[in-house]
Design a protein around this ligand. Sequence first.
Ligand code: FMN
Length: 176
Amino acid sequence: MIASLLQERRSIRKYQQKPLPDDIVAMLQEVALRSPSSRGINPWEFVFITDKAQLAKLAVCKPHGASFLKDAALGIVVCADTRKSDVWIEDCAIAAALLHLAAHSTGLGSCWIQIRQRQYDDAITSEAYIRQTLLLPDYMAVEAILSVGYPDEIKSGHPVSTLEYGKIHLNSYRSA
Ligand SMILES: Cc1cc2nc3c(=O)[nH]c(=O)nc-3n(C[C@H](O)[C@H](O)[C@H](O)COP(=O)(O)O)c2cc1C
């Protein structure tokens, strides 16, 4: 089941202008909160955004790779209380990946928008811009935003022939 989801999965950046049903949003919220985290600390928090004006503001959080967020039905800002865990980045990444797969499992498309280490402009980080837009406190770091919506593009899963099997190693990295 998971394997076939992964075989089909792609990043989707074009969305139909159609809102998500409440039960789907509730399912995504549950998935987020069920994500595993180091020592079960759960440092992550998720800002679910359906307001079009807020989505448009977040779509300009960096010059490239975020503009499609304005057309998404939902943006999920994945952030964390950095005071709670030294591995909040890993915890957030797992939650975002699970959300991406859960969205795909219900016929939705989604795409990771990288925020950590990205810039709004020369002077302001994407994180600082988002912190101001969403009224996040200073101790909350922003890992990524997941854009979600009904797909308006069709993409096939990557063919098995394109997979880089040379990156798989058995028993040691190379022979002695
Ligand atoms: C850590 C990470 C950061 C990414 N950042 C962005 C991004 O900022 N904007 C974007 O459009 N796609 C982003 N992506 C999506 C990748 O571009 C995409 O996964 C990759 O090109 C492979 O395409 P596929 O997901 O369709 O297989 C990101 C993916 C990951 C895992």
